[in-house]
Design a protein around this ligand. Structure first.
Ligand code: ZN
Length: 230
């Protein structure tokens, strides 16, 4: 536990954030200010705010980490309340890691994925999974339309599972990954979970596999066009 002096009280936090949310570098941040919200009638603070400065000279930005009182540990054996890191603001998603081929195929996918990542970073776990599911649908349908523009109307209204099965018959690996991503994505929207041993992290991995497979296919198509046998 890292001790924090609030002036009127001494508390502890579980950890400092080890990555700057702005420049994305691994850092040992400098805490420059601490603040706690109004005291609960029972005498403890519910939330702790800690302002940090990024030590990376090219960045040097400030950001805020939010800590909540650890459940069931209002008073540790030392009598000091302990707080747990919840999220960091600002939430800056690095869109530069999305391949250009994907951006060209579906700008809407990129927008939704960035919003899903922002929701996840803010611990909005009830909605981030649904957003990843929506992102998957846009990526798959927009890629299907990209490959078969004459079928645009039909693809737009078809169920996602049908689009995966019918439009990617020649790409079994895309079908395998996209189908599984859709199964886990549907779990995020339903009342009862079907795939209880898998979670949003698996959904994100599968989404990333779909992205890679589409990127590889598109890059290969380009080289096949450019380098014809003589
Ligand atoms: Zn930084």
């Amino acid at each position: 536990m890292i001790p924090v002096d609030l002036g009127s009280a001494h508390v502890g936090i579980d950890k400092d954030p080890d990555t700057c949310p702005i420049c994305k570098h691994k850092i040992v941040p400098n805490a420059v200010y601490n603040h706690a919200n109004a005291r609960h009638p029972k005498g403890f603070f519910q939330r702790l705010y800690r302002v940090y400065e990024c030590p990376n000279e090219e960045c040097s930005e400030l950001y805020i980490a939010y800590y909540d009182l650890q459940t069931g540990r209002r008073a540790s054996t030392s009598g000091i309340n302990s707080y747990e890191l919840k999220f960091v603001e600002p939430t800056c998603v690095d869109s530069s890691v999305i391949p250009q081929e994907i951006i060209d195929i579906s700008s809407q996918y990129v927008r939704i994925k960035i919003q899903a990542e922002e929701a996840e970073q803010r611990s909005l776990s009830e909605v981030s999974g649904i957003a990843y599911r929506k992102a998957l649908e846009f990526l798959v349908k927009d890629y299907a339309i990209h490959c078969a523009p004459e079928k645009e109307k039909e693809i737009k209204v078809k169920a996602l599972s049908k689009v995966i099965k019918t439009q990617f018959k020649d790409s079994p690996r895309i079908v395998a990954a996209a189908e599984r991503a859709a199964w886990l994505g549907n779990d995020e929207t339903h009342y009862i979970r079907k795939w209880t041993n898998h979670d949003i992290q698996d959904l994100k991995r599968l989404l990333s596999i779909v992205e890679h497979l589409i990127t590889t296919e598109e890059q290969l198509k380009q080289y096949e066009k450019e380098l014809q046998p003589s």
